[in-house]
Design a protein around this ligand. Structure first.
Ligand code: EPZ
Length: 429
């Protein structure tokens, strides 16, 4: 199993190209199931989750082709991926595949809308919480689907097609919003989604669906109105820049010190996180090339944060911000409100000398003067990268084990950081 070795204490300086967003790419790829024509996605990141979803879609009969790269192209140019779901040969998404990536459950919406049936394995729990699918089922039932749970599978049928309806989510859910929005594009009549997720990835998906011929209003706000159409067509669409990768590297610079330009970053997609990083003492400047983050040798201020749906502070940056706060001059409070068990990084950060106390969904972080390198273990994607940030700011050598978690969501992490002067390398085996 690969490991990452970091010799901490180096300032970061240079430029980091931000990749296309994993969490926008996945639903966009799934949207290919809605049409028998070709969907071409640009700026697709080379990530393990993207590779796995290609396999899952291929199982339904989707052909895919990667193009657009020539010898000599800069490695940061994302892939151009063309997906063709001309013939859907299987409406079952099996346990072996769905259990490895929760987002693959979202195929239930497009399959049901286009094929009038879908049999999709329940995704089960994961390291960050139980993550049920009740909102998805409630939404699909509202659109007229008959749902049964059989042998761990959701069996959804709508022999006469789906019909538009009002769907009110009890809590904001990104995945349920993606899924019901996709399903409603091919339903008869109008659907109103209330308390919808307004994350930038939802807006990115809606923009693509609109180019495919869908009629959608209000994506990016809590109320989305969709008028169903008979069929969607192919199009070409660009994946937006990854706001979580942007925030992660901004926090890495704030933690290690330095001056780095985050190229192609879109500040409007992570304002709450940028505000918190600024309060912590880094300087953030928006330029036409991206976001520049600087921190000189002055210390870090403690900042309290609470994770919330967009536009609040994202849960996917909570672990990284905690790593930053471990070295603040004072005490900070971090509240996680989205997932009940997203503090797995706390015990690993403690191995580096962090002083953190947990009480339910609240973490109290007492800043320490120095972190010291140690062996640590990655537990999930964002937790792993928080350990990398802490390792960059620590004295001495840190070794992060189980880095396959990182490969799910961070493209060429070691190369991007070492190009800015970090002493970081991947060790195989
Ligand atoms: C998306 O997950 C992201 N994944 C997550 O990123 C992110 O942490 C999360 O949204 C919140 O922003 C992708 O986009 C691929 P939710 P999702 O449904 O859609 C509860 C990462 O690190 N809920 O918005 O699965 C749920 O348990 C990942 O990149 C129900 O109760 O998250 C959670 O507490 C991890 N019933 C809350 O809602 C449901 O039917 C929000 O989850 C659905 C959700």
């Amino acid at each position: 199993m690969d490991r990452i070795r970091i010799e901490g204490g180096r300032r970061l300086s240079g430029a980091i190209p931000i990749s296309g967003a994993k969490n926008a790419t996945l639903p966009l790829m799934i949207a290919s199931l809605l049409t028998d024509q070709k969907l071409t996605l640009e700026n697709v990141p080379a990530l393990a989750d993207v590779a796995l979803l290609k396999r899952i879609l291929a199982n339904h009969g989707v052909d895919y082709m990667v193009s657009g790269k020539r010898a000599g192209d800069a490695p940061n140019i994302g892939e151009t991926l063309t997906l063709s779901a001309e013939n859907i040969v299987d409406t079952t998404a099996p346990y072996e595949l769905v259990s490895r990536m929760r987002a693959s459950f979202w195929v239930v919406g497009p399959l049901l809308a286009r094929m009038r049936e879908a049999r999709v394995s329940l995704p089960g729990g994961c390291a960050i919480g139980t993550r049920p699918v009740d909102f998805f089922l409630m939404g699909l039932e509202a659109l007229g689907a008959k749902i049964d749970i059989e042998g761990g599978y959701v069996v959804a049928k709508a022999p006469k097609g789906l019909s538009g309806a009002r769907v009110h989510f009890p809590h904001v859910s990104v995945g349920a919003t993606h899924t019901i929005m996709m399903a409603a594009t091919l339903a008869k009549g109008e659907t109103l989604i209330e308390n919808a997720a307004s994350e930038p990835e939802v807006r990115n998906l809606a923009d693509c669906l609109i180019k495919m011929g869908a009629k959608i209003d209000g994506a990016g706000t809590p109320k989305i109105r969709i008028s169903g159409v008979d069929a969607l067509q192919g199009t070409t669409h660009r994946v937006l820049s990854d706001r979580i990768e942007t925030g992660t590297y901004a926090m890495a610079v704030a933690a290690a010190g330095g001056d780095v330009l985050l190229e192609h970053a879109e500040p409007g997609t992570l304002q709450a996180a940028l505000d918190a990083i600024t309060q912590a003492g880094a300087e953030i400047t928006e330029t036409n090339a991206g976001i520049r983050v600087c921190r000189n040798s002055s210390g870090l201020n403690p900042v309290d944060i609470t994770t919330e749906p967009f536009p609040g502070f994202p849960t996917d940056l909570q672990a990284q911000f905690m790593a930053l706060m471990t070295r603040a001059k004072g005490t900070s409070h971090i509240r996680e409100t989205i997932f009940e068990n997203r503090f797995m990084h706390v015990q690993e950060l403690a191995r580096l000398g962090a002083d953190i106390h947990l009480d339910g969904q609240d973490a109290t972080v007492h800043g320490v003067e120095h972190l010291k390198g140690a062996q640590v273990m990655a537990t999930d994607l964002r937790a792993s990268v928080s350990l990398v940030i802490a390792g960059l700011a620590a004295e001495g050598e840190t070794e992060v084990n189980r880095v396959y978690h990182l490969d799910r969501g961070f493209e060429r992490l070691e190369q991007k950081l070492s190009a800015c002067g970090a002493d970081i390398e991947r060790l195989s085996g």
